[in-house]
Design a protein around this ligand. Structure first.
Ligand code: HEM
Length: 286
């Protein structure tokens, strides 16, 4: 058994147990997501003690030299004193330095490699062609056209890589609020994306950075049951119908007939589809 000092307290880690598991077992509020070294959400710094090599697998030389390690992959071989990674982010080191596994936003090197968007379009074309015919991913895109999915993703990534304010869609937590996506499915999609990035010649260190960017959203996307949409602190229900009185006329999404201004109609909370008075009472609550 090893002793782990963390934020002024001392914890026990059994041999063969990871530090992450030991912390969670002892009720510590510890950041984590994928539990297998991909997402880096649990990255911490070792201030004293010797780390096992597998706890630093996939980190850059710079991160290794700073003593950063992944508690989810760390079965200790020594007692350790550890701290949150930001403890050592002192003024001499900006959070956006060019390291392979660091999320950069904006990322001019990435944007140049993507030939100012030309290669990004080609990558997304490839990726969504594959996703829309993939048996695990395509069911999620049931109500979405490929063009819409590609355009949204292009603008989202363009904003991340250039800093330009070109994306006005939902943030990932809300965009995927109803989708039950496991870590395994997230990894599966990621592997498909990595294949596309490599096919289009993106160098390995930029592929790693792209993956790190997407993984930084893993905690917003992976879940075992749907979440409500969240706007500020307000939770919006996932399914069912609401009622509104129309300010301007519209068209019924069910029968196609016109709905006059001033009519009260039902709308689907997730999709926003409208139903005229004739259709609305025949609808089942989802
Ligand atoms: C298995 C993983 C994922 C699945 C199945 C998935 C699926 C989807 C689907 C079906 C939509 C369309 C939603 C709509 O238009 O109503 C969507 C939108 C979107 N996704 Fe994902 N996605 C995944 C992972 C990711 C990741 C890793 C990112 C990037 C961090 C991402 C970013 C976005 C963005 C920016 C949108 C557009 C949001 C909007 O419509 O306003 N997705 N995704």
């Amino acid at each position: 058994m090893f002793k782990i000092k963390y934020l002024g307290n001392s914890y026990h880690c059994d041999s063969g147990e990871t530090i992450l598991d030991a912390m969670l077992r002892q009720g510590v509020d510890f950041p984590f997501s994928c539990r297998k070294g991909s997402c880096h959400a649990c990255l911490h710094i070792a201030e004293e003690g010797t780390l096992p090599p597998e706890s630093q697998k996939g980190l850059s030389d710079d991160q290794i030299n700073q003593g950063l390690f992944l508690p989810c992959c760390c079965k200790p071989i020594d007692s350790l004193s550890i701290a949150p990674k930001n403890t050592r982010d002192r003024g001499n080191k900006r959070a956006d330095t060019h390291q392979n596994n660091t999320v950069l936003s904006p990322d001019p090197e990435m944007w140049e490699a993507l030939e100012n968007g030309r290669v990004l379009s080609a990558i997304l074309d490839d990726f969504y062609t594959a996703a829309f015919s993939d048996e695990r991913l395509s069911p999620f895109f049931h109500d979405v056209t490929r063009q819409r999915a590609q355009e949204k993703q292009y603008l989202f990534l363009r904003k991340k890589f250039t800093g330009e304010k070109v994306y006005f869609g939902d943030r990932p937590r809300n965009a995927h609020h109803w989708m039950v996506i496991s870590n395994d499915l997230f990894d599966y999609r990621e592997a498909l994306m990595v294949d596309c990035l490599k096919r289009h010649g993106l160098p390995d260190h930029l592929v790693a950075r792209w993956v790190a960017l997407e993984n930084s959203f893993r905690p917003d996307i992976v879940k075992d049951k749907p979440w409500n949409r969240k706007i500020g602190d307000m939770e919006i229900p996932v399914s069912g119908f609401g009622e509104i009185t129309l300010d301007i006329g519209s068209i019924c999404d069910s029968c196609g007939s016109e709905i006059a201004q001033g009519e009260t109609v039902r709308y689907q909370l997730r999709l926003g589809t409208l139903y005229c008075p004739d259709c609305m009472y025949s609808l089942r609550e989802e």
